[in-house]
Write a protein that binds this ligand. Sequence first.
Ligand code: UDP
Length: 324
Amino acid sequence: MVKNKKILITGGLGFIGTHLAKELLKYSNTIYLIDNFSTRKKSKIEFVNKYKKKIYFIKSGISNYKELPNLIKKVDIVYHLAASMGVENIIKKQPTNSILNNLRSTELIFQYCAQFNKRIIFTSSSEVYGLNAKTLVEDARPNLGNPKIVRWNYAYTKLTEEFLAMSYFREKKLKVTVVRLFNTVGEGQTNKNGMVIASFFAQALKGESITVYGDGKQSRTFTYVKDVIYSLLKLSLSKNSYGEIVNIGGLNKISIIFLAKKIIKITKSKSKIKFIKLKKIYGEGAEDGKQGMPSLKKLEHLINYRPNTKLDEILKIIFKKKKV
Ligand code: UDP
């Protein structure tokens, strides 16, 4: 395990960041979190207060943090999770800022990690495969849409950041691993950014309509956050994963309509399903579709592990936490 290290987590107060920080705290690591409080201010303040004696917090964006080089200089490992994300942000509120913010912050993180020879794990997304419905091996060709369609902003931006990671690896020997996360879910995830499982639970528990976008036949693979954390930690110790791009994904693929029905059943909700046109959510020319299953061979080869929590178990865990 990652022990007695100095760690920087960017986006450290996000859903994955807080789970990662809590796990790292168990093994006498010193943790620095940088976060701009972009989502869920209240629960972030609670997290900050709870752990303030154990973690160093920096409340700032990455690109405007003047001390960033000094911060990176003093740590051993960087987990670069910070990103503008979520349909609400990327598509509706601030598409241009999201692109620029993601590119700028990642550029700086790579630059300083290369300069100070630091280990870095960069989180990309299964979005980069686009509507490729085959088994998604890491070197599969992406099937992305037209740049005029705002929905693809995030995928192209993450792919560009991946290119930058590979360039830094080749030219500057950056000790980087790119991980492509497949819809990470679990307890503590907000429904504020349109994340589907958190949104459906919130709607079902309030007895509101379950909003299924499009015909609901589009599918996703969901990965339990604790499995993701374990994979990230193991990967950060694997020298063989320098310069690699690796999927971290779950075991089941499910259509969104079937997911909605499952959540109604688990919560014993009286909510009805309401179909909402894709165009209304993602804008003109919107498209969504079947996503392939991740190939987990590379991950397993590198760390001798693959995520193993089934979707039904994940949903049960989330529901149990919501009840207490
Ligand atoms: N989705 C939906 N209703 C919602 C939120 C999301 O039908 O209230 C659909 C969305 O169109 C997509 C899937 O659920 O097909 C996953 O959406 P999410 O935003 O969670 O993740 P991503 O699109 O990034 O995979």
